[in-house]
Design a binder for this molecule. Structure first.
Ligand SMILES: [Fe+2]
Ligand SMILES: [Fe+2]
Length: 193
């Protein structure tokens, strides 16, 4: 699925379902961070008109997702907790190339975003297929489709705007790195936990 090297053990969905308030809080903040990341990409790369147009739509869509998760939290009488550090994303961030040319860094930032979208999409699929709560199962199936589209969009822009990075080769390196990284996760009630 999406080229991912390792699929999540479905038992992770049970951990998530047993801690639904926690997972919803973490999920809400994941959506906020995705919106913030899209806005940062717009700020740093405003010369690309189609990228600005599409990432504006993505930023809005991610905040719509935030709103949807927040609505569920409120309907169920839960509280939106504080955001926590996402250890998995921090490790991906460290892997991202920040040296080289401006274009090199831009392309790797698009791949960083594509990687998070791909794994989030996979985690939403695992939730949608394994949790007993019908409302949430449907919710996660819908979001899975949306995040898959974002994944495709980020990869498409990386291929379009690269100047010298071989995107397919570098994407394989991302998939290999992430495949090893994710082995340490799958045991906690976070979207990337
Ligand atoms: Fe989203
Ligand atoms: Fe997304």
């Amino acid at each position: 699925m999406l080229g991912l090297k390792l699929l999540t053990d479905p038992r992770w969905a049970n951990i998530a379902e047993d801690n639904i308030e926690e997972i919803l809080t973490d999920h809400a903040w994941c959506e906020q961070k995705a919106a913030t990341n899209a806005i940062s990409l717009i700020m740093l790369n405003s010369q690309y008109e189609d990228l600005v147009t599409t990432l504006t739509e993505i930023a809005i869509e991610e905040m719509e997702h935030f709103k949807m998760v927040h609505e569920i939290i409120k309907e169920r009488g839960y509280k939106l907790g504080m955001q926590r550090e996402d250890d998995y994303v921090s490790k991906l961030y460290k892997f991202m190339k920040k040296d080289g040319s401006r274009n090199d860094a831009f392309i790797d930032r698009l791949l960083f975003a594509a990687m998070i979208e791909a794994r989030s999409c996979e985690r939403f699929r695992v939730l949608s297929e394994n949790i007993k709560d019908g409302e949430l199962a449907k919710f996660y199936r819908d979001l899975m489709i949306s995040e898959a589209n974002h994944y495709t969009t980020f990869l498409k822009f990386a291929r379009k705007y690269t100047e010298r990075i071989d995107v397919d080769k570098r994407w394989k390196e991302w998939l290999d790195f992430e495949g090893k990284l994710i082995q340490s996760y799958g045991k906690k009630e976070f979207v990337h936990g």
